[in-house]
Design a protein around this ligand. Structure first.
Ligand SMILES: NC(=O)c1ccc[n+]([C@@H]2O[C@H](COP(=O)([O-])OP(=O)(O)OC[C@H]3O[C@@H](n4cnc5c(N)ncnc54)[C@H](O)[C@@H]3O)[C@@H](O)[C@H]2O)c1
Ligand SMILES: N[C@H](CO)Cc1c[nH]c[nH+]1
Ligand SMILES: [Zn+2]
Length: 424
């Protein structure tokens, strides 16, 4: 991990490109085929890309049962406790409809309605995280979404990882389909004989999933195109180098393109963390991924002043930010751009990934400048409500009609004028 002086003016804006033109064309073909042929295309692509031949891809009650049996009771309890914490946190986010009545009898308001059906993509392979099942499904459930459909690619054995099925089972999600990639996104967006069409698709995935989400956006809504995980740690010399290094590596192990950055004013901490990262790396089962991530996207940024350190963090706009100083809350007000902010030495990033309650689906690639974590609002729509009384229209009707004529819209004006008859 390189130590770089901030004064060297290194570029901090991150942009991990997703997909080639050829991959985009492949995805368009897959989507077109699923739209035209439904289940037949889904099963053909599953055989081709996942190497499994199946003729029925909805997870059966027996498969849920087997997953439950395969995992030990203690793990089930941990998952249940985490789900409770996540639900409690998201319940605080639920907004209420409101209606305001004026003295003239006008009622104006905002009615909040949950979207009807949401689709959740859970990636396959080593990224099949039960925690991500919670983070995508729980805000939808708290919002009141009635239909939740989950898709995830089958492994070579034709099965879905037990942890993923258990997480779905704990949340009461029964519509789980063994399909991945662009064909899964197409099935969710347009429906097939087996998979119900949804209104919004959330969840991360590989390049084919990301491109497919971009492609179906507009026909359905999507959450965001999640890039590789990121962590920035803002620390002074009260931080323990071994803990800072461990937290940097916690995100580096996700993906060879993950980024982990320490921002500090302490030369001593910078050097100690550099050494610790090197030492701790070797002991990780995913050392190869973490090493590549740290070498290609890791940095220790040494700043002259604390003010410069804060500006640097805001420039990075990291997915996760840890502040490890004596009084971290003192700096919170100055942080403008970060997906999730972890304060103090005990708030290690994985606390948020799994257990505390806030969502771990967060803006990456510098998009924390304008986006928020996945939340209950993402599964809600707002409708404006307008009820004018006779008195109100009598009072304001002429102004509205004049405004319409100013825009050259005579039919608009007449729609108002015609009501004048009522109070002549
Ligand atoms: N940002 C996050 O929070 C987060 C979390 C978890 C996972 N992820 C990402 O999810 C991804 C998981 O990747 P994965 O591939 O293991 O699982 P995946 O589920 O994303 O993709 C598997 C699917 O890709 C399709 N596919 C594979 N090769 C193809 C090809 N040549 N042409 C067309 N389709 C093809 C197949 O249909 C397969 O089912 C990683 O990129 C990881 O970084 C991100
Ligand atoms: N840190 C990841 C999001 O950036 C989420 C995750 C899932 N499991 C472990 N971590
Ligand atoms: Zn993580």
């Amino acid at each position: 991990m390189k130590i770089i002086r901030k004064s060297d003016r290194v570029s901090l804006r991150r942009r991990v490109e997703q997909g080639t033109e050829e991959q985009r064309k492949t995805v368009q073909t897959i989507i077109g085929d699923v739209k035209a042929q439904g289940d037949k295309a889904v099963l053909n692509y599953t055989e081709r890309f996942d190497g499994v031949k199946i003729d029925q891809y909805k997870v059966s009650p027996q498969e849920f049962e087997e997953a439950y049996e395969a995992l030990d009771g203690e793990f089930v309890e941990i998952l249940q406790e985490a789900a409770t914490n996540i639900r409690k946190f998201h319940e605080k986010q639920r907004p209420a409809s409101w209606f305001d009545a004026s003295e003239d009898g006008t009622i104006l308001g905002q009615k909040i309605t949950a979207i009807e059906a949401a689709g959740v993509y859970v990636p396959g392979g080593t990224a099949a995280y039960p925690s991500s099942v919670f983070m995508n499904v729980i805000p939808a459930q708290v919002a009141g979404v009635e239909k939740i459909v989950m898709v995830t690619p089958p492994g070579k054995d034709g099965k879905v990882p037990d942890g993923v099925l258990l997480a779905a089972h704990i949340l009461g999600v029964e519509d789980v389909y063994k399909v991945g990639g662009a064909q899964a996104i197409a099935a969710l967006a347009y429906g097939t004989e087996s998979v119900p069409a949804v209104d919004k698709i959330t969840g991360p995935g590989n390049v084919f999933v990301a491109l497919a989400k971009r492609e179906v956006f507009g026909d359905v809504d999507i959450d965001m195109i999640a890039g590789p995980s990121e962590i920035a740690i803002l620390a002074d010399d009260t931080a323990l180098a071994s803990e800072v290094a461990a937290d940097l590596l916690s995100q580096a192990e996700h993906d060879a393109r993950s980024s982990s950055v320490l921002v500090t004013t302490s030369q001593q901490l910078a050097e100690q963390v550099q050494q610790q990262v090197k030492d701790q790396l070797e002991e990780l089962p995913r050392a190869e991924i973490a090493r590549k991530s740290v070498e290609d996207y890791g940095m220790i940024l040494l700043c002259e002043t604390w003010g410069e350190a804060i500006t640097t963090v805001n420039e990075i706009a990291p997915e996760h930010l840890e502040i490890v100083t004596d009084d971290p809350f003192q700096h919170l007000g100055k942080i403008k751009n970060a997906g999730a902010i972890f304060l103090g030495p005990y708030s290690s990033e994985p606390v948020g990934d799994y257990f505390a309650g806030p969502n771990h689906v967060l803006p990456t690639n510098g998009t924390a400048r304008f986006s928020s974590p996945l939340n209950v609002d993402d599964f809600l729509k707002k409708s404006s409500v307008i009820s004018y009384s006779s008195e109100a229209l009598k009072k304001h009707g002429d102004k509205i009609a004049r405004f319409a004529r100013l825009e050259g819209l005579e039919a608009h004006a007449k729609a108002i004028d015609t009501r004048k008859e009522r109070w002549k």
